[in-house]
Design a protein around this ligand. Structure first.
Ligand code: ADP
Ligand code: MG
Length: 231
């Protein structure tokens, strides 16, 4: 099935103290199946807001979002929850692991209460292996370094095999060496599993290591280019 994400005249405004702020203005964008894309732009330019809309975590004020050619706003809330579960994984700068659960339990958490055809624990263990932390199954987040926590967060985001992984400054809290491990993991995921990856970053060098770079400023897309990689 086609997993294209398309935005048509997407806009988002926030209302506060009687003042309306247009945070996203007229976003038109097509993200093709399996792309490896970076988002870059000044703080406050709307990157996180756009990521939330693309991942259906929030609704646009106007305009339309389509996934696989289908308008997402036609889904009721239950359908939307299922859709998100099947299609979208999220990771964040702050990892957002549940502190009282072990690494393995955190990975399985999105599956709690869901009927699936596979063995949940088995799947979680395989993912822990994939992110290079097989020995940390029973560790709590507080017993893991930042880079290790982010790897657990990636495993958790992948537990339902999403078509897209949306990453909001995934290396923002990590030193450059650890950030490189995370980048390599996202890259491998894209190349080996065909998962579409969209990552937000402040780092221009990292942004240039995607296949396509989208630059935002003041709620608008100001550049969208294929990155030329020199061997
Ligand atoms: P970025 O991720 O590029 O730094 P954001 O998408 O987080 O930018 O924010 C864009 C703008 O929207 C900022 O000015 C921010 O203050 C504002 N904003 C974001 N979320 C909300 C919200 N829930 N309510 C009000 N304003 C918000
Ligand atoms: Mg942000």
């Amino acid at each position: 099935m086609n997993q294209t994400i398309e935005c048509r005249k997407l806009a988002k405004a926030f209302q506060g103290d009687g003042v309306k702020t247009n945070v996203l203005k007229n976003i038109n964008l097509v993200l093709e199946d399996g792309e490896f894309i970076s988002f870059i732009g000044p703080s406050g330019s709307g990157k996180s807001t756009l990521l939330s809309l693309l991942g259906t975590l929030d609704d646009p004020t106007s305009g339309e979002l389509l996934h696989g050619g289908e308008p997402v706003n036609r889904l009721n809330s239950r359908q939307l929850a299922d859709f998100r579960f099947q299609n979208i994984g999220f990771i964040f700068q702050q990892f957002h692991l549940i502190p009282t659960l072990t690494a393995l339990e955190n990975i399985m958490a999105p599956l709690f209460g869901r009927k699936v055809s596979y063995n949940k624990k088995q799947r979680a263990l395989e993912l822990l292996e994939m992110v290079g932390l097989p020995e940390k199954a029973n560790a709590l987040p507080s017993q893991l370094s930042g880079g290790q926590q982010q790897r657990v967060a990636i495993a958790r985001a992948l537990v339902h095999q999403p078509k897209w992984l949306l990453a909001d400054e995934p290396t923002g809290n990590l030193d450059s060496e650890t950030g490189e491990i995370i980048y390599q993991l996202l890259h491998a995921l894209n190349r080996e599993k065909g998962c579409g990856v969209l990552f937000v970053t402040h780092d221009p060098q990292l942004a240039d290591r995607a296949d396509r770079k989208i630059e935002m400023c003041d709620g608008e897309i100001v550049a969208d280019s294929q990155v030329i990689h020199h061997a």
